[in-house]
Ligand binder design. Structure first.
Ligand code: MEV
Length: 321
């Protein structure tokens, strides 16, 4: 029996998280070194229209129909059936494995959705174009985040750097001169749904203050785009650190994230910031090429549980753009 396999990368937000939920631009890049893989196989010995879902990393091994209606993987499967007009389907097993740390701000939920949607649609004989994959994954993101902007599913489905504004056509981010980023995991889970909801409550209580903070973040994203497209990525550092200060001000940083950012800046980084929902998760660090190793040690000493180095290029899904 042939297996239908799809993979999806992780992601980091370069700048503009949270503000992007309120219509400001944000920049995001895929992290190709970590991935989620979905494999769908027919199981002809089992009754038709049954499906087994296995995701060992989250201790899941169950019948599709037994999962709660709002389980993200159940939602993925239902959305693909709907999209492909499949009322009856041959019995199958879906197995998900991932090297993307869970709840670390690296888009593990969106990557699981993208890989599952692609593999299952191919299994049903209806491979989907990337914009439909992204749109269906966005529906699943609503279960994770409540009011997502759509940036995570978009950067992961397209697997290339993006300049993203909610509800507007996708703009690709042209990386004129590739650069490296360190991604330092604080080891503390990032409760994105919670931080997004908290920020919303604070915005509702003081719209003027929060709109001003969000538009300052939007300015940073616009300026960062110019630097990246103009081939001056090292100039991004101060913008990243300013973005971190604004994220602190909206209440989504933590003493550990602040410590990692401060240590990185003190030890020679061009700049650093938290990335994603915040409170936990990752700090991203822009490092001079010759300081990468010493910064990895400094971040580890300051409490990072893992440091990944990723290369930011315009390549699509690892291929040249
Ligand atoms: C999460 O990666 C980014 C947030 O801005 C939420 C969203 O845009 O959906 C915090």
């Amino acid at each position: 029996m042939p297996a239908f396999t799809a993979t999806a990368p992780g992601k980091v937000i370069l700048c503009g998280e949270h503000a992007v939920v309120y219509g400001q631009p944000a920049l995001a890049v895929p992290v190709m070194g970590v991935r989620t893989r979905a494999v769908v196989r027919a199981e002809p010995q089992r009754p038709p229209s049954t499906a087994r879902i296995q995701a060992p990393q989250i201790d899941l091994d169950d019948e599709w129909a037994h999962l709660p209606e709002d389980h993200p993987l159940r939602r993925c499967v239902s959305l693909v059936f709907q999209e492909c007009g499949a009322r009856q389907f041959p019995a199958f097993r879906l197995r998900l494995t991932s090297t993307i740390p869970i709840a670390a701000g690296l888009g593990s939920g969106a990557a699981a959705a993208v890989a599952t949607i692609r593999a299952l649609a191919a299994f049903l004989g209806h491979p989907l174009p990337v914009e439909r994959v992204s749109a269906l994954a966005f529906e699943v993101e609503k279960l994770h985040h409540g009011t997502p902007s759509g940036i995570d599913n978009t950067v992961i489905a397209y697997a290339q750097p993006i300049y993203y504004r909610k509800d507007l056509p996708l703009e690709r981010l042209k990386v004129t001169r590739p650069f490296s980023l360190l991604i330092a995991d604080s080891g503390v889970p990032s409760p994105t749904a919670l931080t997004v909801a908290e920020v919303r409550r604070r915005w509702e209580a003081d719209k003027e203050k929060y709109e001003a903070l969000f538009s300052a973040m939007g300015e940073i994203a616009r300026a960062a785009r110019q630097l990246i497209e103009g081939g001056e990525p090292e100039q991004l550092g101060p913008l990243m650190t300013q973005n971190h200060a604004l994220l602190r001000e909206i209440g989504v940083s933590s003493p550990k994230l602040d410590r990692l950012v401060n240590v990185a800046c003190k030890m020679g980084a061009y700049g650093a910031k938290l990335s994603g929902g915040g409170r936990g998760g990752n700090v991203i660090v822009l490092s001079p090429e010759d300081q990468v190793e010493s910064l990895i040690f400094a971040l580890t000493e300051a409490g990072a549980v893992r440091v990944i180095v990723t290369r930011v290029t315009s390549a699509i899904g690892g291929r040249r753009a």
